[in-house]
Design a protein around this ligand. Structure first.
Ligand code: FAE
Length: 552
């Protein structure tokens, strides 16, 4: 199936939005971005409004977290004339000094202190290469990627102003409309596909790789091999939209701008080219003059204030993770946008410890991993995938309806020929876990069990067993350990924990408390059938429009 045939794509999203026509509110990035290579240094959040909130401050609205949900809330509230303060536990990366390589963000092949959130040893998603472990010791630091360990799963999340947009692949996929009812059953799909998905796609700057360049460039040989293998086994293969500036990537290829996606930058940040939230929603928010952000501030408590509103306790930390100051601020309204895990952990802890006892029993429930599972296949010598690979995936294999799996053809940008095809599959798993407060440790546990990933493996095998049979190839066993085929210990796509229309009303208002809202991936019950951030953004657009109209 070609991209244009992909059903139910919103008309102004993806292909409908010209690659060259991405507009940023009042001003266009296209003019400054493309050949001058200025996207990396173009309008970003921090240039406008760095801040540190004072102890005792009073704000009309406090947003906890600066990922997709939080950024949508901040922008739309500010545009409605409301002052917003955002708190973010990670760093404002645009103010961080370059590292030894002269860049803010290191390559995926050279993780260092900047790469991981408060770990003393890296935890790379691909832990091994040719069977050898590749993790190494690093100084503890407020790095950009968190690998948060629960008993049965490691959950990868972005840390810093911009949340997951800083570390993700930028794959911006609108689910097929036929699947929407199982994703968000209480939401009017017609409204989402007519209004909010297009709005989200436009504001995020979603576009598609130029198909002609795709056929030519050595950097997508791995994707063309992925297509050949998928099609020879009779699977639907499709281009997948992304927020990376495709014109910039072509300029990287012809050598006229500094390389980013084509220089192994992704998991630990992109220095140029990717339209992260600080270049889109947050840059627009800064332009209103009504939004401020305190970075390295972690929200630890929210409770009703004696004089109204909510008292929010914030720990200001340094880059080693030490608490420097504890502040209490008062907010008229609070938006939980700390991500599925961050929001769920806060709410479960606040209910259990008596700060917000009236939250209902749905809080902490309905968490899923979007069915993520990773795998590599060993190709024949005549099917090399390329010693240079773009870090931005641009295609996928769709076997959702028949086998419950959608697999992105992912890069393995090792800098040498690996003869491997690599994939991240999203599967239709029904498994859901719950968060619960552990009074012995004072922490929040997650009931996910590693064995549950077997369902996802079975679905992913509907694609890859068949391709292996057709091609006469086998699975790689050296990427996740020794003799281990499946990357089944992790997820990149945490979803749920404060599910829409269960823990909240149908617009994210938390039951039990006026003026408390959830507006991030915690609202989505465990699975989106595709990569999740477009759905998180579109749902946030829908909800904030209603909240502004009725509550503010
Ligand atoms: P998120 O973006 O995680 O933002 C939450 C923010 O809150 C973070 O910045 C936190 O640091 C901050 N925070 C948490 N707790 C606190 C606290 N107590 N106080 C203050 N701040 C706090 O949430 N999705 C796609 O659609 N396409 C992709 O290609 C893709 N690739 C991915 C690759 C990787 C490696 C990873 C990790 C994720 C990927 N994702 C992808 C998932 C996507 O980034 C994720 O669904 C969204 O970022 C979730 O958005 P939220 O607004 O829920």
């Amino acid at each position: 199936m070609s991209t244009t045939e992909r059903e139910d794509r919103p008309s102004t999203g993806s292909r409908g939005l010209s690659r060259r026509g991405f507009m940023l509110g009042a001003g266009s990035l296209a003019g400054v971005g493309v050949l001058g290579g200025a996207l990396g240094a173009g309008p970003t959040w921090a240039a406008a409004a760095p801040s540190s909130i004072g102890n005792g401050a009073q704000v009309p609205v406090l947003v906890i977290g600066t990922g997709y949900g939080g950024s949508v809330a901040a922008l739309r509230l500010a545009q409605a004339g409301i002052n917003v303060h955002m708190v973010e536990m990670g760093q404002d990366w645009s103010t961080v000094a370059p590292g030894p390589d002269g860049k803010i963000h290191p390559k995926v092949t050279s993780p260092d202190y900047r790469s991981f959130w408060m770990r003393t040893r890296t935890k790379q998603p691909l832990s091994n290469f040719l069977g050898f472990p590749i993790d190494k010791d690093v100084p503890k630091y407020a790095g950009i990627l968190d690998a948060e360990d629960f008993a049965g799963i490691s959950v990868y999340q972005g840390r810093g102003v911009g949340g997951g947009s800083l570390v993700n692949g930028g794959m911006a996929v609108t689910p097929k409309r036929a699947n929407f009812a199982s994703i968000l059953p209480s939401v009017d799909a017609a409204e989402m596909y007519a209004t909010y998905y297009p709005r989200a796609n436009a504001a995020l700057g979603v576009g598609l790789v130029d198909p002609d360049w795709f056929e030519r460039t050595s950097y997508y040989q791995y994707s063309r091999v992925g297509r050949k293998h998928a099609q020879r086994s009779g699977f639907a293969w499709t281009f997948v939209p992304d927020v990376y500036d495709w014109d910039y990537m072509e300029a990287e290829d012809n050598g006229s701008v500094p390389k980013s996606a084509l220089a192994q930058e992704i998991l630990y940040g992109n220095n140029y080219g990717k339209r992260t939230l600080p270049k889109t929603y947050l840059a627009q928010a800064a332009a209103t003059g009504k939004v401020t952000i305190s970075s390295l501030h972690r929200a630890t408590s929210v409770r009703p204030g004696a004089a109204g509103g909510y008292d929010v306790v914030l720990e200001q930390i340094n880059t080693a993770g030490d608490v420097v100051t504890t502040k209490t601020v008062n907010a008229g309204k609070v938006f939980f946008a700390a991500g599925s895990v961050g929001t769920s952990k806060l709410l479960v802890m606040l209910k259990a410890t008596g700060a917000l006892p009236a939250l209902n029993s749905e809080v902490g429930q309905g968490w899923g991993d979007n069915g993520n599972v990773m795998v590599g296949r060993a190709n024949h010598m005549w099917d090399p995938t390329g010693d240079v690979q773009s870090t931005i995936p641009c295609s996928g294999i769709d076997n959702w309806d028949a086998g419950g799996a959608f697999a992105e053809v992912a890069p393995l940008p090792a800098g040498l020929e690996t003869f491997a095809s690599f994939y991240l599959a999203i599967t239709k798993t029904q498994r859901r876990a719950a968060f619960s407060y552990n009074s012995a440790t004072g922490k929040v546990d997650l009931s996910w069990q590693t064995a549950w990933k077997q369902d996802s493996i079975t679905m992913a095998k509907t694609i890859f067993d068949k391709i292996n049979r057709t091609e006469g190839t086998i699975y790689r066993t050296d990427l996740f350990g020794t003799n281990k085929i499946w990357g089944d210990h992790l997820t990149y796509h945490p979803l749920g924990g404060a599910v829409l229309n269960k823990a909240t009303d149908n617009y994210g208002r938390l039951h039990g408390y006026d003026g408390l809202y959830v507006i991030d991936g915690a609202l989505i019950p465990g699975n989106t059938s595709v990569n999740p951030f477009v759905t998180i953004t579109a749902l946030a657009e829908r909800n904030i429009e209603r909240i502004i109209a009725t509550d503010l």
